[in-house]
Design a protein around this ligand. Structure first.
Ligand code: FES
Length: 213
């Protein structure tokens, strides 16, 4: 038996956080203390429909290398949001910063892996920084007149072969598909490229929490 970090009053729900999650929660990296005078290349702000928490991300881009050399953030989100955003920012700026292409390839599941896992009910907390960073990158593209590179939120392709987007997954969940099998029956997601299925499972959990949590 493990000793849970959080336990509901009726003792039916128990959460255990990894040591890495706790380390990033108690000592968050790249937290924006004061944005006065910070010259951001782009800024993104999103709110979580699941809990009403807000997330803001600022980035600095080195245009020569198309590289994100700094990422700062601030949130009113919970401990998991703080820990996952802190880890996300570390992953973005480590080793001199990721190129924008590399940054966009980082998915919530990669952040959760580096954190040593998150409780299921907390998956949406890591989606928050992912969306805020994508919004900040779009903001940078807008400011630097690179409009062809803007990716519209809510229609991100999850399965390139079957052309299934996160919006399709959202619709399937809204129509009552609550398992991977049911979502696959409706969308055919993963039929051509099964490597997307872990992300699909996360999206199903996220949208379930968003609408039925
Ligand atoms: S950010 Fe909403 S519960 Fe974590």
């Amino acid at each position: 038996m493990f000793t849970p970090d959080v336990e509901s009053k009726d003792k039916q729900t128990k959460w255990l956080y990894s040591d890495i999650v706790k380390e990033h929660f108690f000592d968050p990296k790249n937290f924006m203390v004061d944005d006065d005078g910070y010259e951001a290349s782009g800024m993104g702000m999103v709110g979580s429909p699941a809990c009403g928490d807000m997330m803001t991300v600022w980035i600095k881009v080195d245009p020569a290398g198309d590289r994100i050399v700094d990422m700062k953030w601030r949130t009113f989100g919970c401990g998991s949001a703080i820990a996952s955003t802190s880890m996300h920012s570390v992953m973005i700026v480590e080793n001199g910063g990721r190129t924008i292409e590399e940054a966009l390839a980082i998915k919530p599941q990669h952040i959760i892996e580096r954190l040593g896992g998150l409780p299921d009910r907390k998956i949406h907390c890591s989606v928050l920084s992912d969306k805020a960073l994508r919004s900040a990158i779009n903001d940078y593209f807008r400011k630097t007149d690179q409009r062809s590179r803007i990716v519209i939120e809510g229609a991100r392709i999850v399965d390139k072969v079957m052309k299934v987007t996160d919006h399709d997954i959202e619709e399937a969940v809204l129509e009552g598909a609550d398992t991977l099998e049911k979502v696959q029956a409706r969308t055919k997601v993963g039929a051509g490229d099964p490597s997307c299925l872990p992300e699909v499972e996360q999206l199903i959990r996220f949208y379930q929490e968003k609408y039925f949590g």
